[in-house]
Design a protein around this ligand. Structure first.
Ligand SMILES: NC(=O)c1ccc[n+]([C@@H]2O[C@H](COP(=O)([O-])OP(=O)(O)OC[C@H]3O[C@@H](n4cnc5c(N)ncnc54)[C@H](OP(=O)(O)O)[C@@H]3O)[C@@H](O)[C@H]2O)c1
Length: 261
């Protein structure tokens, strides 16, 4: 895949961790003139930091930031953001549009599966991690109906296998991955290429949370050991691999591709 094209790139959770690095490294690959980057997250200062790092390397890119709480987001919010960032631009001018559904949360890992059941908490968790991604994806597919699109879902081994203390996370990631697999099945891969990328275990706030909060001492200890022995991957390492996966493009649309593959 030739990433050096005029691109509309939208990344959720671009304020830190893997999403910040996705935005940075993909920004380094796309054609500088005519490309537009849209960075979503809650923390405006951290989004501004991501933007500054990107513009320091690629000053001709157009970069927008939006602070958006996904727990209450609606499809209208995503429609507005797409509309505003495409103002005065013909969306047909982009050679490719990319959306990276990266934002995600772990849920309460101090709880056992049998303790889940508070509908309000479940609704909020599923809103952040599933409903918002579907709502954004619908608007993205509508606006870029005529363009070649790349749809990226940040998946995980936990979408395929159960992990103790991760009932919230495993269920939502399985549902989210299955949505993107159905999308891939229904859309022509020439027009819409979908990838479910599992980044490995990465040194971010998410894995720190497992380490400090999981009710499963073995899982917490495994994460602690990986972090202390520095065998845990960095966001830079996994995103570099992701870019290589895209460039080689050996996957079929909808595939689950793991860092370790
Ligand atoms: N770390 C790992 O080992 C690992 C492994 C497999 C898969 N993944 C997946 O990779 C993705 C990124 O993970 P990460 O480790 O980089 O996590 P992270 O460091 O915790 O970052 C999460 C990102 O999501 C945003 N976010 C969280 N809650 C939000 C909300 N309610 N509204 C809007 N934005 C919200 C955060 O931005 P704000 O705080 O600014 O809102 C942040 O940018 C996730 O989908 C995760 O499931 C991670």
């Amino acid at each position: 895949m030739d990433l050096n094209q005029s691109t509309y790139l939208l990344v959720t959770g671009a304020s830190r961790g893997i999403g910040q690095e996705m935005a940075h490294q993909l920004a380094g690959q796309v054609k500088e003139a005519g490309s537009v980057l849209v960075l979503l997250g809650r923390s405006e200062p951290q989004l501004e930091q991501t933007k500054a790092v990107i513009l320091a390397d690629r000053p001709k890119l157009t970069v927008h930031t939006y602070s958006l709480e996904l727990a209450t987001s609606k499809s209208e919010d995503f429609a507005r953001i797409l509309d505003e960032t495409l103002s005065g631009i013909d969306s047909n001018e982009f050679e490719r549009a990319i959306v990276v559904h990266n934002a995600g949360t772990l849920g309460d890992t101090s709880k056992h599966a049998h303790e889940l059941g508070d509908i309000e908490i479940l609704e909020q968790y599923y809103h952040v991690n599933l409903f918002s991604a579907l709502a954004l994806n619908r608007e993205f597919m509508r606006v870029f109906a005529n363009q070649r699109k790349l749809v990226v879902n940040l998946s995980t081994l936990a979408a395929l296998e159960p992990f103790s203390s991760m009932a919230y996370y495993c269920t939502v990631k399985a549902a989210r991955e299955m949505y993107f697999r159905v999308l891939a099945l229904e859309e022509s891969s020439e027009k819409t290429l979908v990838i479910n990328y599992a980044p490995g275990v990465i040194d971010t706030q998410m894995t720190l949370q497992v380490q400090s909060e999981s009710h499963d001492p073995a899982l917490a200890a495994a994460f602690r050991e990986q972090r202390e022995s520095k065998s845990m991957l960095t966001p830079q390492q996994t995103v570099l691999k992701f870019i290589q996966v895209l460039q080689a493009q050996k996957f079929n649309s909808g595939d689950h591709v793991d860092y370790r593959d």
